[in-house]
Write a protein that binds this ligand. Structure first.
Ligand code: NAP
Length: 300
């Protein structure tokens, strides 16, 4: 068996369970050295032990935690050849992060934005480094709940089926709005933000590639915050992918030799896929870059 990741160091966030743990396992089998990130210390320790990986604990609801995580990774003096921004959540009700931002956007977008930008200098030195953003097909439904038809589709389509009622929109004005908060709406917006960030990074960066993926609809704990959605997940679980199957596209994009130099693309089922048209809006992506930089305290 060829081991294309031999001698290469991978940072995988959200690797204490679900798709992230399976991603780490598969990258390990390809020869990678693993730095795994998790929030829950017990789950993280168990995962690190089973993988022979170095664990890093951080809560992405806190930008200080993300800064400390980046510092700890940089302090190892190891190269970073792949960063898999996999940690993600959705919430059934409105919550704010420790920094006062709506928590879905904070965990799914602001934290990986800060981590990626802080690790970039090390990744540039590492040679042939890749950032993989684990987004979701649900990004195609961002902004659709404002329309009647979109609302209906949104309500039934928790599995991210390829239905697009109206073109996706990034509703910047709703970012931190408590009134009328809908978890799925915030989740879809955060997943769209991840792809806009991935594409903007690809436009700005010459030494590190940046691509986004949809892992498929996978039986995991991602709906843990919503009893209804968790029940739906359990009922649908036979029809869903396993975490191992869900990890394959992330692993492919992080490691496949054929993707050397390929950047700014979106993948599903281990091949290039068609995202919502809005992800190609460079003006919007530039605005989101600046907004995110201001929020996390980095230069634009
Ligand atoms: N499952 C699906 O059908 C599906 C579909 C499309 C996209 N995705 C995306 O795939 C990624 C992985 O999700 P999953 O399905 O594997 O979910 P999961 O089983 O719930 O795993 C999520 C991971 O993210 C970590 N995490 C959650 N909140 C965090 C926080 N505040 N700070 C740090 N880490 C945090 C969790 O850490 P702890 O367990 O240690 O708290 C866990 O390791 C997510 O980005 C999700 O949006 C999933």
């Amino acid at each position: 068996m060829t081991r294309p990741m031999r001698g290469r160091t991978c940072v995988i966030t959200g690797a204490s369970g679900g798709i992230g743990l399976a991603t780490a396992r598969q990258l390990k089998a390809l020869g990678a050295e693993l730095f795994i990130v998790g929030r829950n210390p017990d789950k993280l320790a168990a995962a690190a032990e089973s993988l022979g990986a170095q664990p890093f604990q951080a809560d992405f609801s806190s930008l200080d935690d993300v800064r400390a995580l980046a510092d700890a990774i940089l302090a190892t003096d190891r190269p970073v050849h792949a960063l898999i921004n996999n940690a993600g959540i959705w919430h059934g009700s409105f919550k704010t992060s420790r920094d006062g931002f709506e928590d879905t956007f904070a965990v799914n977008h602001l934290a990986p934005y800060l981590l990626t930008r802080t690790l970039l200098p090390r990744m540039r030195e590492s040679g042939g480094a890749r950032v993989v953003h684990v987004s979701s097909r649900l990004h195609t439904q961002a902004g659709q709940t404002s329309t009647l038809r979109g609302r209906a589709v949104h309500a039934i389509n928790v599995l991210g089926l390829p239905i697009a009622a109206v073109p996706a929109r990034f509703e910047e004005e709703k970012l931190d709005r408590r009134e009328g908060f809908r978890g799925l709406e915030a989740y879809a917006r955060s997943k769209l933000a991840q792809i806009l960030f991935s594409n903007e990074l690809a436009r700005r960066e010459t030494k590190v590639t940046s691509n986004s993926v949809h892992p498929g609809s996978v039986a995991t704990d991602v709906t843990r915050d919503s009893k209804l959605l968790s029940l739906g997940m359990r009922i649908a679980s036979l029809a869903l992918k396993t975490p191992d199957q869900g990890a394959r596209t992330s692993v492919y994009v992080a490691s496949d030799p054929s993707l050397e130099g390929v950047t700014g693309r979106y993948f599903a089922n281990s091949k290039e896929a068609k995202p919502a048209a809005i992800v190609h809006d460079a003006e919007l992506a530039g605005r989101l870059w600046n907004l995110s930089a201001d929020r996390v305290g980095l230069e634009r």
